[in-house]
Write a protein that binds this ligand. Structure first.
Ligand code: ACO
Length: 333
């Protein structure tokens, strides 16, 4: 069980780009079809930023919305963690740019990179600061402009992803509410399955890296798929166990929105009905670290999650990484 202060979500917010890119639009760009994308992934359309829009643009707006929903001011934020695989630059951290943009003058700020699991990792990290009493309010953001790092000539990857941002404010809640337990993990032996090979110290940018398209996402989709199907159920069960709960206790599951077949496999493994899961990948595609907070926010707005509900967030991604967080929703009054 979780020790220290009870830590929960005080408010959520999102920012979704206006521009819609449908499967039909993609048919004009690569050799694909609406039918293939829908049946293999469940995705119908995704949102993409206008050229030149950095991740911090989306992160700032999602962050402001979460702060407003929490009923606090930016000056009360003690720490900002931004989970992203598409930072504005290699450094400084996008969280620092957001800190300035939203006027969170008292906040420390750093980025966290754990692929599509980034938000869940960031939430688990932020919770430790609040549980220990070091900080009172932490803004956790998952924000991505994946459209800037996909090869729009590679049908294996470009149809899967989308842009967006989601954020939550974490703070103390009543005892018995908030985060009850979690499970984080990694398998570095799978690091080559999902990667941007160049632009880091192992392979600095050069004319040849650009020519060979090494600054775009490279993915062994099948292998990632098999890994995801296995790990989601396992991780959720571990996090429930750490919380003193079982799968029968789950009121609502918020999974990473990568592929409907992966979500369906997780539901089967956990013996959960469709009504207990949040799906928005049909509208947004895989928004990487933004997917879980966007889905969570929409589930709250649509009143699918209520006071006292047991909510499980679960994600997997590059690294390979995975993570689950179990929460009892509410306790903020
Ligand atoms: N349109 C048409 N055909 C396509 C497309 C496309 N967009 N993409 C691939 N194909 C073709 C392939 O070329 C292949 O053709 P071939 O049989 O002639 O070689 C065929 O479709 C089947 O390809 P598979 O890879 O076997 O298709 P699969 O059913 O596995 O689906 C997919 C591929 C959707 C990528 C799936 O494997 C998947 O979802 N994997 C998980 C990906 C994921 O979740 N990644 C994100 C992790 S999160 C992060 O950290 C960023």
């Amino acid at each position: 069980m979780y020790s220290g202060k009870a830590v929960g979500i005080l408010g959520t917010g999102i920012c979704i780009p206006e521009k819609v890119l449908t499967n039909r639009d993609l048919e004009q760009i690569v050799d694909t079809s609406d039918e293939w994308i829908r049946t293999r992934t469940g995705i119908r359309e995704r949102r993409v930023v206008e050229k030149g829009t950095p991740t911090s643009f989306l992160a700032e707006r999602a962050g402001r919305n979460a702060i407003q929903a929490a009923g606090i001011s930016p000056g009360e934020i003690d720490l900002i963690i931004c989970a992203t695989i598409t930072p504005d630059m290699l450094f400084p951290a996008t969280a620092c740019i957001v800190q300035d943009k939203i006027g969170a003058v008292s906040a420390a700020a750093f980025d966290l990179e754990a692929g599509c699991t980034g938000f869940v990792y960031a939430l688990a990290t932020a919770a430790q600061f609040v549980a220990s009493g070091v900080y009172q309010k932490v803004l956790v953001i998952g924000a991505e402009t994946v459209s800037t790092i996909v090869d729009w000539e590679d049908r294996n990857t470009c149809v899967l992803f989308g842009d967006g941002a989601g954020a939550v404010v974490l703070g103390e809640v009543q005892k018995g509410y908030g985060i009850l337990g979690l499970d984080l993990g990694s398998k570095g032996s799978g690091s080559g399955l999902l990667t941007i090979p160049a632009g880091g110290s192992a392979c600095p940018a050069s004319e040849s890296t650009i020519r060979n398209k090494l600054h775009f996402i490279h993915m062994e989709g099948n292998e990632v798929f098999k890994f995801a199907v296995r790990i989601i159920g396992t991780s959720v069960i571990r996090a429930l166990k750490a919380s003193g709960l079982t799968r029968e206790d789950i009121d609502f599951l918020v999974p990473h929105q990568a592929n409907i077949r992966i979500v369906d496999a997780a539901l089967k493994r956990l013996k959960l009905p469709q009504e207990k899961v949040c799906i928005n990948l049909d509208r947004y595609g895989n928004t990487s670290a933004a997917s879980v907070p966007i889905a969570l926010h929409e589930a709250i707005v649509e009143e699918k999650i209520g006071e006292g509900d047991i909510v499980v967030l679960v994600a997997f991604g590059a690294g390979l990484t995975w993570g689950s967080v179990v929460l009892r929703w509410g306790g903020t009054e």
